[in-house]
Each structure stands twice: as structure tokens, then as C-alpha cells.
Design a protein around this ligand. Sequence first.
Ligand SMILES: Cc1cc2nc3c(=O)[nH]c(=O)nc-3n(C[C@H](O)[C@H](O)[C@H](O)COP(=O)(O)O)c2cc1C
Length: 319
Amino acid sequence: MALFATLFMHLCDYWFVSVPLLTALGVFAWFMNQEEQGTSSTETAAPADDIQSRILDAKKSASSISRMKETVVFDRDWDANAEDNAHDEDIVPSGIPEDVQHIHFEHKRLTLESMYTRSKEFYELMNNRRSVRFFSKDPVPKEIIQNIVRTAGTAPSGAHTEPWRFIAVKDPEYKKRIRELVEQEEEINYTKRMGVQWTADVKGIGTSYVKEYLTDAPWILLVFKQVYTLLPDGQKRNNYYHEISTAISGGLLIAAIQTAGLVTLTSTPMNCGPALRTMFQRPKHEKLMLLLPVGYPSHDCTVPDFKRKELDEILTMIQ
Ligand SMILES: Cc1cc2nc3c(=O)[nH]c(=O)nc-3n(C[C@H](O)[C@H](O)[C@H](O)COP(=O)(O)O)c2cc1C
């Protein structure tokens, strides 16, 4: 306080210096304030307007793009490459030629009796399917595996993109490498990565991070989904609904394994996708969805005694 009083007295003594000095300081402060607000009178009005209008235009187009995305892209899986393609002006050639020939669809009707029998028998066959975690080392001919994968390849797919790739591994060295990788990640899942809830949820199934079946089973099938199709010129063609298409294909694969008299375990090895993709030199737009050991059950194989939901718990009929 005393310091300010002394300073004021000195300023009054030297009014002829302090008054112009304070005026100059005031003008300078006003000028800086105007600068900050972007309305400096020393700048020419036109460029400032120009910048403002350009910012406004950019904002308008950004909001119209996001509005377009909201209305047009209604599902991330539908347009999986939306972000990648945001700046692509070019239309990628369709995978289905416009002039594709439409041919007669052959269909032979079965008798009602036969339909009833076949549908019931197929249900019974599928109802016997169980996820098996103990495998025999007995070999399975590769032709059977090829037929199983052929069946999986008959699945419907969004815009007939067939966004799947299967890898069938019999080579013991590769199976060993797969097992090492999966066990290493699963150990982290069981001990660190996953919470108490997950550990409790899978405890009854009797699984652990030790996966002997990965080296015991004669085959391991890897199912990859292809997020897009890479065209020879580097363009990316969107694979509509690649996830659900490949999941349906996986269902057919499992049904074909069961129909062939073999067993499998549907598994989704967490955090192993990129390493397995690299192990088999598959491109980045292929993502691992399923890993399935395939073969015969071991003699001492056990499965948890699960009951399936009754029909009325899974079906609502409106008739
Ligand atoms: C998407 C999916 C992922 C699964 N992942 C695993 C897995 O990582 N490890 C495992 O032991 N079982 C896995 N299972 C198998 C389930 O535990 C099994 O299907 C379920 O317990 C029902 O038994 P069931 O297949 O014998 O009817 C998976 C199943 C599905 C459909």
C-alpha cells in the first residue's frame, strides 16, 4: 500500500511525463485487445472476411458430411471403410457385373414326409454337437477338411462379397507355434486381462490357459473375415456385412464338421489375431474371427452336462 502511495506522489510530481506515458499505455492495451478479438482496424477488412467465410464454409460442409454420414451410413459394419474412403471421389467397380446373367433356379420339392424326416434328423445330428476340448491324435484326410471348407464357402454374404478366408493347419511345427502363442495370451487373460466376472463365468466349463488340443487335434482351422476386397489397382471394395457373413459361414463350417462325423471347439483366441495373421502372411484387412481344432474326440473326453433352451424359449410363432 505504502509503495503505491509513494509511486502516486512521484507520478503527480512528474505529471508532464506520466500523463502522456499512461495515455500511450492505455492506447496500447486497447490495440492488443482488439487484435485478440480478431477485429484489428489496422488489418484490411477483406482478408479477415475471407478467412471467416472460409471457416464458415468448412464448418457447413463438415456438418453436411456428418449429416450425410448419419443418414446414409447407418451401420458401421455396412460401410466398414467409411473413414478410409471419406476422401475417395472414385466409385469402386462393383464385384457383380451389371449385366450378370440370371439363370433358372433348379429346385426339386420333397414330399412332406421326407421334409419332416430330414429336418428332424438334421436337428438330432446337430443337437449331438458339443464343444470338445480333448482330442485324439488320429489323422483326418485333407479331402474331408476341403469338403468342410467348401460347405462353409456356400454361405450367403452381403452383396456376394464372400468376405472369408480359411487356413487349415496340419503341420505339427505350426500347430506348436499356434499353441505357444494362444497359451501365452490366454495366461494373461486368465491371470490379468480379464476380470473376476469372466473368470467366474468360464470356470464351470473347465477351461484353462493350457490348450493341449491345439497340438493333439490333427487340424486347426482359422477363419478370417475380410473387411474389404483389395482390387489389383489398390482400390478397396467394401465388403458389406463382412462380420455377419463370415459368422454364418462359420456356422456352416461347424455344421459340416459335425455332419462329417468329426468334432471341434469354437474358440475366439483373444489378442492373438494380429500375430496369427502375420504367422500365415495374411494381409491386414483380414481379421481372425475363429480358431477351431478339428478331429476326433479322445477316448476319455468329457463335456459339461449342459441343457439347451426349450423351443418355446427361443421361438415366438405368429400364425
Ligand atoms: C463365439 C464363441 C466363442 C467361444 N470361445 C471359446 C473359447 O475361447 N474357449 C472355449 O473353451 N470355448 C469357447 N466357446 C465354446 C462355448 O463355451 C460353448 O459353445 C458353450 O459352452 C456351449 O457348449 P456346446 O458348444 O457344447 O453346446 C465359444 C463359443 C462361441 C460361439
